[in-house]
Design a protein around this ligand. Structure first.
Ligand code: SAM
Length: 208
């Protein structure tokens, strides 16, 4: 995603710093402690400007949401929104999804969301797709016993690729729909694509 540079980025990040976890590696295994009594830990990879993560946090106050993104100009928008809305059950992490195993303990994540990730269409760049098997192997140990992965995309070849990779890695795919109905909470990209009438592929995968 090409993201325009935000003015005063450093100051804006600082003003919403309470919603950013800078020492995320030290928080591995302790994310639930941010929201004592929380029922489950949800993680979104590549959260962009945080619309889905913030709306989910507001809709599910008993869940703890960790929204990970590698572009500061995008994540700051989500951080500011969380501050504006006073959301207590969401934190943002500025990191690459490739480092996920350092940020969470085994079995810690109940639901992992990947929405409209970059398709990296050339075969040589396939390992950079967040649903490629090298990533699935990172996610696997981090999911809880009943943990699930939720994936959505407008890109049909990427949707087919995800199904192939999940099957190859032994995941069980449920609720797989190439033209999925809208859900109550949507991402920025989903909102734009649905307005254009683009079909959205969606699936849920679990390990057992
Ligand atoms: C196409 S945008 C979709 C944003 C949002 N998920 C949505 O559906 O509106 C993909 C986002 O994933 C982020 N991203 C891509 N690869 C990433 C990675 N390896 N680690 C963290 N974020 C990543 C990009 O910076 C971008 O913000």
């Amino acid at each position: 995603m090409r993201m325009r540079k935000r003015k005063n980025l450093a100051a804006r990040m600082e003003s919403a710093a309470a919603w950013l976890v800078r020492d995320a590696e030290q928080t591995a295994g302790h994310w639930r402690e941010i929201l004592p009594g929380c029922t489950r830990l949800l993680v979104e990879l590549g959260c962009g400007m945080g619309r889905f993560a913030c709306d989910t946090a507001a809709a599910e106050p008993e869940s703890m949401i960790v929204a990970l993104e590698r572009v500061p100009d995008a994540i700051v928008i989500g951080m500011e929104r969380a501050r504006r809305e006073g959301l207590q059950n969401i934190r943002f992490v500025l990191a690459d999804a490739g480092n996920l195993e350092k940020l969470f303990a085994p079995g810690e994540i109940d639901r992992l969301f990947i929405h409209f990730c970059d398709p990296w269409p050339h075969w040589k760049t396939a390992p950079r797709r967040l649903v490629a098997r090298n990533f699935l192997r990172v996610y696997r140990p981090l999911l809880s016993e009943n943990g699930t992965l939720r994936f959505k995309t407008d890109n049909a070849p990427l949707f087919a690729f995800a199904q192939k990779e999940l099957a190859a890695e032994g995941w069980i795919v449920t609720g797989c729909d190439e033209d999925s109905p809208p859900e109550a909470v949507m991402t920025e990209y989903e909102t734009k694509f649905r307005a254009l009438g683009v079909p959205i592929g969606a699936l849920t995968a679990r390990l057992f």
